[in-house]
Design a protein around this ligand. Structure first.
Ligand code: AMP
Length: 184
C-alpha cells in the first residue's frame, strides 16, 4: 500500500518474482479493459481519468475471478484493497478459500516527491491519469479512503512500514528485510 507514485507497481513486480507470487494489480486489470475497449473499460476510464475509485463491486468481482483460478493462493496484491469495503470483502473471500493475509507493506514517500515522480511517469508512459489535477485528486483519495486501511491491518499486526525514497534496489532490499521482521 502507498500513495500513487510510491513505487507499488515496480516493487510488486520485483517481489512477486523473488517470492514466487502471482501479482494481481487491479489498476493493470482496469487498464487492460480500457485498452480492449470493453464496456467495463469505458466506464472505468471515466473514473480513472478523474482520479476517483472504481466501484467496490466491479473491483471485487474482478479480483474474485482471478483468485478462483489459483490453487494455492499465493498472491501479491498491488493497488487493492483501496477501501474498507474492499478489505472486508477480501477477508471473506480469502477465508472461503482457507487463506488469509500475511502482511501489508506500506511504502512511504512524501507528497512533493510523489508529484515529481508522477509527472515524470506521465511524460514517459503516457498514462492519462498522470497529470497534475488528477494526481492531486488521487492523493486526496488515498489519504481519505485508503490510508485508514493501514489501521485495519495494523490492528491485526500485519503492517510493515518501509521508506520508499531511494533507488529501486534500495527500496526492494528494505521491503525484503521488513518482511523478515516482526510487524509494527
Ligand atoms: P493504480 O494503477 O493502482 O494507480 O490505479 C489506477 C486507477 O485505477 C486508480 O486511480 C483508480 O481509479 C483505479 N483503481 C485501481 N485499483 C482500484 C481499486 N482497488 N479500487 C478502486 N479503483 C481502483
Amino acid at each position: 500500500m502507498g500513495p500513487p507514485g510510491a513505487g507499488k507497481g515496480t516493487q510488486a513486480n520485483l517481489l512477486a518474482v523473488s517470492r514466487h507470487l502471482v501479482k494481481l494489480s487491479t489498476g493493470d486489470m482496469l487498464r487492460t479493459h480500457v485498452k480492449a475497449g470493453t464496456e467495463l473499460g469505458a466506464r472505468a476510464k471515466l473514473v480513472m481519468d478523474e482520479g476517483g475509485l472504481v466501484s467496490d463491486d466491479i473491483i471485487i468481482s474482478m479480483v474474485k475471478a482471478e483468485l478462483d483460478q489459483l490453487d494455492p493462493i499465493r498472491v501479491l496484491l498491488d493497488g487493492f484493497p483501496r477501501t474498507t469495503g474492499q478489505a472486508e470483502a477480501l477477508d471473506e473471500l480469502l477465508a472461503s478459500y482457507g487463506a488469509g493475509i500475511d502482511a501489508a507493506i506500506e511504502l512511504r514517500v512524501d507528497d512533493a516527491e510523489l508529484v515529481r515522480r508522477l509527472l515524470g511517469r506521465g511524460q514517459q508512459e503516457g498514462r492519462s491519469d498522470d497529470n497534475e489535477a488528477t494526481i492531486r485528486r488521487r492523493m486526496a483519495v488515498y489519504h481519505e479512503q485508503t490510508k485508514p486501511l493501514l489501521d485495519y491491518y495494523r490492528q491485526q499486526g500485519k503492517v510493515r512500514d518501509v521508506d520508499g525514497v531511494g533507488t529501486t534496489d534500495d527500496v526492494f532490499q528494505r521491503i525484503d528485510g521488513a518482511l523478515e521482521t516482526e510487524p509494527v
